[in-house]
Structure formats: structure tokens, C-alpha cells
Design a protein around this ligand. Structure first.
Ligand code: PXG
Length: 454
């Protein structure tokens, strides 16, 4: 990276001397120095060297309405003046949290009318684990404790979140998962489907849930948690046969179903929630990210009425955070939902942006490096391979990271998950900006192929 602005070096020195960055190799980052992002507007970021970058990841999957929305800044500032903080403990409440609960109930699937607020998606899933076990205890079935999750799912970075997640490299640090959480196969046909057709593999992967329930005993299983489409795992869109079979299994056994909507929620699929896209009927939904478009931290758990009816019989739920339903965050979330609704942003994703992005992305299928392009809504993945027919990778070459670096250097943020390139741009991305994204992506695929052959 060229460094012409002396301030870049100063900030990098601060990073090296004082900052421990999330999901980073501290020592390596010290030597290399982070790229410093200074400001943003629409779908673009600028770094401290003046480079303009198309943000193909909406920050970290969150900036739904795009950067630079004055209304959100105004909502925060007004709320800070009116009531910057108060808690929801000890039988008090404040208008923004209550009005937000109603706004969320209005857009959530039918029968999901209550929200427990948290500060993040991870806290939402921690809350879920405790609420599920509390629920079964109230019902007189305290043995129903086990939560079934999926390998390579992502549910956060707290102890419960990382345990629920199926990332083995996270489990390796800190003796995870905690007891009572087990993982089944993920519906990742491209990587793990072998000789099965996608449809056969989807049914096989769904059947793993039934096998696990029978193995553990339904009397010991509290819930199954899944992202409708896995995000951080590599934008894994399940085969069409997967969720229909899952629905049959979930209907057959007396366990709760938790949809982790932290990435899919708030319009990413072209519907309000990923469960709307697949017609699922969860008991609980974890939310965060798009809830505030990332302008301020906030998460939560949406709970179905029949679950609330049981919880109502259980006395105190001994759980909550200082910042549960924070008034400033709630005011920003309310305004964010208003923008999504009044500007018909999700309808536009559904009718225009998503079909266009998916069509243009699939044009990359003709590239020699590309083994598969898949996606739903404004989520996309490009698999990088050595051989298209056998889906064989360039082993040990770090192709994804090479491609990611070319993208950065050419003004595009596209993430690498292993050798899978992924995108999730702001929902407000225009057709011209989609053209720019795909043109840049193709250029970076060419540069990557050249680097591999050179
Ligand atoms: N569930 C899902 C589905 C997520 O994607 C969380 C829960 C946790 O949310 P918080 O707000 O606690 O971070 C997430 C977060 C990545 C990446 O590398 C993805 C997330 C977080 C950090 C990195 O794609 N998703």
C-alpha cells in the first residue's frame, strides 16, 4: 500500500502501539499496519490515502441504507438531547424501546410480537440459549437443554455465540464449545456435496437434524439454530430441497426453532427476513446489523407469542444488559426501519437490484477461475477453483486472499472466506454501481489468475 499522507503513518503507529483488533493476528498487523478508513457516503468508503472504495460488504453486512444518512444522525442527536440513557430494568421503560418493539412486531412474521433487546447479535444468541432453557424448565421439561447447531455456522463471538457457531478455529481458542451444544453438517453442496446432486445433498444434510435428535433423544433437545443462508461461513445458499425437508423435521419433533437473522434480516434477501424468503416458522429470531444499518450497536431476539405465553408463567427472567434497548440505539433503529419502509428499499431489492446483481454476477461463470456463482437477494458468492468440472481448488495457495488484495488495490471490498469470494453490498446499491462492482470483480479475477500462472 502506498502511503503519501503522513497522518496514515501516525494512525498506524497508534494501532501498533495501543490497539488490539478483532479477528486479527496482532503481531502481523503491527508490522503491516491497517488500512485507515476515514469517511463514507452511499456505497463508497474513502481511506486516509484518498482512495475511493466500493464497499461490496456493507461494512460487515450491516449498512443496509448506505452511508451518510443524515436522518439517522439526526435521530441519534435528538434522542441524546432528550434522554441519552435510561434502563429497562426494575419496571421502568422509555418511549424509543417501546415504539421500536412495536415497529419490529409490525414487520416480523405473523405471531412474533415481542422483542428482547441486546447490544449485539452475539448477546442476542446468548439470550436465546438462556431463554430456551428457561422455557423448557418452566414447562417442566428441564432436561431439554441441548441446542443443535451447524458446522461452519456463525452465531457470534461471545462464549455462547462462538459455541453455537460451528467455526472450529474459534472453538480451538478457549475450550469451546461449552457443554450442551452439538453441531450437524452444513448444506454446503459445492464444498461437501461429493457425487450427490444438490437436491440429494440438501435432503441428506437436512436429515442430519433428525438423526441428531434421535441420537440425543428428543427429551434432551431444546432447540435448533440456523441462519437461513449462512453468511460468514461463505454465503452458503442451501439446495432448494433443504429447507422444505427441514420444515418437515422441525414440525415432527417438539423442539424450538431459532432463525439467526443477523445477516439475512432487514431486507438482505429481498424480503424483510430470511424466514419470509424460505417460508419458515421460527419460534425465535436473532437480529442485529441491519436493524440499525450498523450506525449504532444494537441486537435483539424476537419471540413468538406461544413462547412468550410460557415465559409469562416463569417469574423473573434473570437476564439483561445495561444497554438492552438503549434509547439512542432504539431511536436510530426506528428511523432506519422508517427509511427502509417509506423508501421501499426492500421492494426495490426484490424487484430490481437483486435480479440485476444475480444476473450480472452469474456472467462471471465463464471465467476460468470460477467454479460456481451463487446468491440470493444482495448476497453473493464466487467459488475460486483450479478445475471447474471436479470443483478442485488451488490447494495451499491462498487464492481467496490474493484475490481480496487485488480487489482492495482496485477500489472494491470483496471478502474472502477461504477460496470463496463473497459480497453483500448496501441495499441501496444502484444498477450502475452493480456494473462497477462486477467489472472490478472480473478484473481482479483476471489479475488473480495471472498471479497464479505467473
Ligand atoms: N449471527 C450471525 C448470523 C452473524 O453473522 C452474529 C450472529 C454476531 O453478531 P455480533 O453483533 O455480535 O457481531 C453475526 C455476526 C464475518 C463476520 O467475518 C461476521 C459477523 C461478525 C464478525 C465477522 O463475516 N457476523
Amino acid at each position: 500500500m502506498t502511503r503519501n499522507n503522513p497522518q496514515t503513518r501516525e494512525w498506524q503507529a497508534l494501532s501498533s502501539d495501543h490497539h488490539l483488533a478483532p479477528f486479527s493476528d496482532f503481531k502481523q498487523l503491527k508490522e503491516k499496519g491497517p488500512r485507515i478508513i476515514t469517511h463514507a457516503n452511499g456505497v463508497y468508503l474513502w481511506d486516509s490515502e484518498g482512495n475511493k472504495i466500493l464497499d461490496g460488504m456493507a461494512g460487515l453486512w450491516c449498512v443496509a441504507v448506505g452511508y451518510g444518512r443524515e436522518e439517522l444522525a439526526e435521530a441519534a442527536s435528538q434522542q441524546m438531547r432528550e434522554l441519552p440513557y435510561y434502563n429497562l430494568f426494575f419496571q421502568t421503560a422509555h418511549p424509543p424501546a417501546l415504539e421500536l418493539s412495536k415497529a419490529i412486531a409490525d414487520i416480523a412474521p405473523e405471531g412474533m410480537n415481542h422483542v428482547f433487546f441486546t447490544g449485539s447479535g452475539s448477546e442476542g444468541n446468548d439470550t436465546m440459549l438462556r431463554m430456551v432453557r428457561h422455557y423448557w424448565a418452566i414447562k417442566g421439561q428441564p432436561s431439554k437443554k441441548v441446542i443443535i447447531s451447524r458446522k461452519n455456522g456463525y452465531h457470534g463471538s461471545t462464549v455462547a455465540g462462538a459455541s453455537l457457531g460451528g467455526m472450529t478455529y474459534m472453538h480451538e481458542q478457549g475450550d469451546l464449545p461449552i457443554p450442551g451444544i452439538v453441531h450437524i453438517a452444513q448444506p454446503y453442496w459445492f464444498g461437501e456435496g461429493g457425487d450427490m446432486s444438490p437436491e440429494e445433498f440438501g435432503v441428506w444434510a437436512a436429515n442430519q437434524l433428525e438423526e441428531k435428535i434421535l441420537e440425543i433423544g428428543v427429551d434432551n433437545v431444546g432447540a435448533f439454530i440456523a441462519e437461513p443462508i449462512q453468511g460468514a461461513g461463505g454465503v452458503i445458499v442451501p439446495p432448494d430441497s433443504y429447507w422444505p425437508r427441514m420444515k418437515e423435521i422441525l414440525a415432527k419433533y417438539d423442539i424450538l426453532f431459532v432463525a439467526d437473522e443477523v445477516i439475512c434480516g432487514f431486507g438482505r434477501t429481498g424480503e424483510w427476513f430470511g424466514t419470509d424468503y424460505y417460508g419458515l416458522k421460527p419460534h425465535l429470531m436473532t437480529i442485529a446489523k441491519g436493524l440499525t444499518s450498523g450506525y449504532i450497536p444494537m441486537g435483539g431476539l424476537i419471540v413468538r407469542d406461544d413462547v412468550v405465553a410460557v415465559l409469562n408463567e416463569g417469574g423473573d427472567f434473570n437476564h439483561g444488559f445495561t444497554y438492552s434497548g438503549h434509547p439512542v440505539a432504539a431511536a436510530v433503529a426506528l428511523e432506519n426501519i422508517r427509511i427502509l419502509r417509506d423508501e421501499k428499499i426492500i421492494e426495490r431489492v426484490h424487484d430490481e437490484a437483486a435480479p440485476y446483481l444475480q444476473k450480472r454476477l452469474r456472467e462471471l461463470n465463464d471465467h476460468p477461475l470460477v467454479g460456481e456463482v451463487r446468491g440470493v437477494g444482495l448476497l453473493g458468492a464466487i467459488e475460486l477453483v483450479r478445475d471447474k468440472a471436479t470443483r478442485k481448488r488451488y490447494e495451499g495457495k491462498g487464492v481467496g486472499m490474493i484475490c481480496r488484495q487485488f480487489c482492495f488495490d482496485n477500489g472494491l471490498i470483496m471478502r474472502a472466506v477461504g477460496d470463496t469470494m463473497i459480497i453483500a453490498p448496501p441495499l441501496v446499491i444502484s444498477k450502475d454501481e452493480i456494473d462497477e462492482l462486477v467489472t472490478k470483480a472480473r478484473k481482479c479475477l483476471d489479475l488473480t489468475l495471472n498471479a497464479l500462472q505467473g
